[in-house]
Design a protein around this ligand. Structure first.
Ligand code: ADP
Ligand code: MG
Length: 498
């Protein structure tokens, strides 16, 4: 074909465009063509470059990242010349946007992707932005296009193959969260977007988040997943600001099919990062990409979280995992021991399930200890072995005040409510008792910093460490504080301050 000269008239542009469309259709899947090229326009051609316009920055970045080669090859095939291609945004293109085919229209290539995605849920729910109800084939295309899916290298975890829905023990405390997570995994970008999971530490949030990733990858192996802790998002953002590569940062975060951010509550008090996350969220959400978030508390309780983020986090589904009841704890102990190739008898499982009440990670730790101790000593796991192996867990119960005892004493001493101690409130009348309780827990119990944080609304270990340091300082420098702590130690029957 003849190469149009600089400033080619609209007739030759149209002709070139029509040839280009044929050529590109031979190189991409029909649904990819519909999603990415149908609403693209040929803006300008000259002797050595071609400009293609798209409606928004997201499409431009996507084409740039995943279709540049196909575009260049297509142009070469019809023009016989290698031209530099540039993609630009022309918002007015929306004016001539072609209606996407109705959802009932058959797929031209008969792929199963459409059916698979469509099955998951109704096309759009009242009160939600229209992108949720975008045609299934678009979602499928968006999820399956791009080179090399899977967990992206920028992710900061390697998926743990044990964190699947199958390995998750379901009980009344987490039934809904489990079902909803499955829904998000089976119908990404449609059923629950964003999917917001909250709950205390060690209750299976990360497990469920990774299960969503496995489900999506099983169905659409080419899905590009970015899985990050919130901390990594914050750090990447700060680095990008410092190094002046915000464009690259944005490109990385906005060109994914599924964004998972674990522990999003760490956005608290980070205004600029919240701002950036807001835009990342919008871009992905508007493109029908699935967003999955976990947090130690519901959106409204994350301190200083901007209202617009709070409201966006509630657009999809907010659900909680609660501490497991006794029966679920029993089932978890049995399951975890079976996973480790060992059957623990009921009597021992009961001892463990009765004593470890609030944290599945601890339950798991107890099972690991039991099995390790049994293999080390060559003894079978029975009640007496359990008492030896789990001496620290059991002794705390018998002799030492437990976490509950400490909390009870603090509540009585200060006249605060348990819900306040566990809330995000930061008024002095709540913060001080909470810090004293954390200090006592650290001093008296064998709980780790992380576990102690878990008792107080899922705070992280650094918050607990700060509280312990602060109160340790006060009992040296501040007589009233020293008096309060001495009273409490007396009340708990654990001796005096040295
Ligand atoms: P969180 O992210 O809420 O702090 P995790 O997902 O890291 O908690 O869970 C801690 C450990 O407990 C993991 O090893 C996880 O597999 C396990 N776990 C939590 N809940 C369950 C459950 N319902 N069934 C099986 N394992 C669970
Ligand atoms: Mg976690």
């Amino acid at each position: 074909m003849q190469l149009p000269s600089s400033g080619a008239d609209s007739g030759s542009l149209r002709e070139l465009w029509s040839h280009f469309q044929e050529a590109i259709q031979q190189r991409v899947q029909p649904e990819q063509f519909e999603t990415w090229f149908r609403r693209t326009a040929l803006k300008r051609v000259d002797g050595d470059s071609v400009e293609l316009a798209v409606q928004n920055a997201f499409s431009r970045d996507w084409l740039e990242s995943y279709y540049r080669d196909a575009v260049e090859e297509s142009l070469f095939s019809i023009l016989g010349a290698r031209l530099a291609v540039c993609f630009t945004v022309d918002e007015e293109l929306t004016l001539v946007e072609r209606e996407p085919p109705a959802p009932s229209e058959p797929m031209t290539n008969g792929t199963s992707a459409r059916g698979e995605v469509a099955r998951g849920g109704p096309p759009g729910s009242p009160g939600l932005p229209p992108s949720i109800g975008r045609p299934a084939h678009e979602t499928a295309a968006a999820l399956s296009s791009g080179n090399g899916g899977g967990l992206l290298v920028n992710s900061d975890v390697v998926l743990n193959p044990k964190y699947t829905f199958d390995n998750f023990v379901v009980g009344p405390c987490n039934r809904f969260a489990h079902a909803a997570a499955m829904g998000a995994g089976e119908s990404p970008g449609k059923a629950y977007n964003p999917f917001f999971l909250h709950g205390s530490v060690g209750l299976g949030k990360t497990h469920l988040l990774q299960s969503v990733c496995f489900t999506v990858l099983e169905r659409w192996p080419r899905t590009r997943i970015l899985y990050l802790s919130c901390e990594t998002f914050v750090n990447h953002f700060i680095n990008a600001l410092e190094n002046g590569d915000l464009a690259e940062f944005r490109h990385k975060y906005r060109n994914v099919d599924l964004l998972v951010v674990d522990d999003i509550h760490l956005l608290a008090n980070k205004e600029r990062t919240q701002e950036e996350f807001f835009h990342t969220f919008n871009t992905l959400y508007n493109a029908g990409k699935q967003i999955v978030l976990s947090s130690d508390s519901p959106p409204k309780d994350i301190p200083t979280l901007q209202d617009r983020l709070v409201s966006r986090f509630k657009w999809g589904l907010v659900t909680e995992v609660e501490a497991p009841c006794y029966e679920t704890r029993m089932a978890i102990v049995k399951r975890k021991s079976r996973e480790r190739g060992c059957e623990i008898e009921d009597e021992v499982a009961q001892m463990v399930a009765e004593r470890i009440e609030t944290n599945v990670r601890e339950l798991e730790g107890a099972v690991t200890k039991l099995i390790g101790y049994s293999r080390l000593t060559g003894r079978t796991i029975d009640g007496s072995l359990a008492k030896e192996a789990l001496r620290d867990v059991f002794e705390v119960r018998r002799g030492q005040p437990s976490m509950d005892d400490i909390i009870q004493a603090v509540i009585e001493q200060f006249g605060v409510k348990l819900s306040d101690l566990q809330s995000k409130k930061r008024t002095a009348s709540v913060t001080y008792p909470r810090q004293v309780a954390m200090y006592l827990a650290r001093r008296i119990t064998r709980h780790s910093l992380e576990e102690i944080g878990g008792f107080f609304g899922g705070r992280d270990h650094s918050t607990v460490l700060y509280a312990v340091d602060k109160i340790s300082g006060l009992i040296v420098d501040d007589a009233p504080s020293r008096g309060v702590v001495e009273d409490l130690l007396g009340r708990l029957g654990t001796g005096e301050l040295r």
